[in-house]
Ligand binder design. Structure first.
Ligand SMILES: C[S@@+](CC[C@H](N)C(=O)[O-])C[C@H]1O[C@@H](n2cnc3c(N)ncnc32)[C@H](O)[C@@H]1O
Length: 234
């Protein structure tokens, strides 16, 4: 690994360059280089977040303000836990903001999640039969926010990945229709690719406003975007 010196002015270019190593694929070298040079990865480390994804929900919340003190949040596909960490702080799940309402955060993921103070997490495949019933039982009532960052591991086939993520997003939306309180918010990751139109139509029937957003923390070379539906009609 080295930092490159830029030519001419004697100034250091602080971009980290990773040398290829025997046994390491080029794609891994490029991934490592991108991680080491990504300002969001650095910020996540400095601010104690479990991943750069935390900044996506922070930026979406800056814009739409759904993670308010007292909110009850369901986070689908929550591992390793960056979104939960943001939600815990913003909804005041630990009661740290005195005089403000105390919220709750329930996270589920296919993978095991390291415990997060202030959040309840469960390992669950949200696509298995009765998964939504399990989430409803854990929730034990209504939610103000249902958010999903679920993404299946890439198959390498763009269209397949797109259809899979839409299926995850639709499953999350159906849970939202069942548990959201009137006025509630639904946020979900989608990939641009064509099939998201039907989901948009459905969301538009159920929510007052539906928009697609690509927060700055979402990498520009990724087709990922987020649908934010606010004002659940109940
Ligand atoms: C991009 S990561 C989520 C990152 C998370 N928002 C954070 O801030 O740490 C996507 C997650 O979706 C999860 N996932 C994919 N399919 C799922 C499914 N069927 N049920 C539950 N979780 C799923 C993956 O295990 C993965 O942890």
């Amino acid at each position: 690994m080295s930092t490159k010196k830029s030519s001419g002015r004697g100034q250091r270019d602080l971009r980290v360059k990773v040398k290829s190593a025997r046994g390491r694929k080029l794609s891994s070298t490029l991934w490592l280089e991108r991680q080491l040079n990504d300002p969001y990865v650095k910020r996540a480390r400095e601010e104690g977040y479990r991943g750069r994804a935390a900044f996506k929900i922070l930026e979406l919340d800056e814009k739409f303000r759904f993670l308010v003190p007292g909110a009850r949040v369901v986070d689908l596909g929550c591992a390793p836990g960056g979104w939960c960490q943001v939600a815990v702080k913003r909804v005041n799940a630990l009661g740290e903001k005195s005089g403000k309402k105390i919220g709750t955060v329930l996270g589920v993921d296919l993978q095991e999640v390291e415990p997060i103070a202030g959040a309840e997490t469960h390992q669950l495949d949200f696509m298995e039969d009765d998964a939504d019933q399990k989430v409803k039982d854990w929730l034990g009532g209504e939610a103000d926010v249902v958010m999903s960052d679920m993404a299946a591991a890439s198959s390498g086939h763009k269209q397949t990945d797109h259809l899979r993520i839409i299926a995850l997003c639709e499953a999350a939306a159906y849970l939202a229709f069942d548990v959201l309180t009137p006025g509630g918010t639904f946020v979900a990751k989608v990939l641009a690719g064509g099939a998201e139109g039907d989901l948009q139509k459905l969301l538009k029937q159920k929510f007052e406003k539906v928009v697609n957003v690509k927060p700055p923390a979402s990498r520009s070379d990724s087709s990922e975007k987020f649908v934010v539906a606010t004002g659940f009609r109940g």
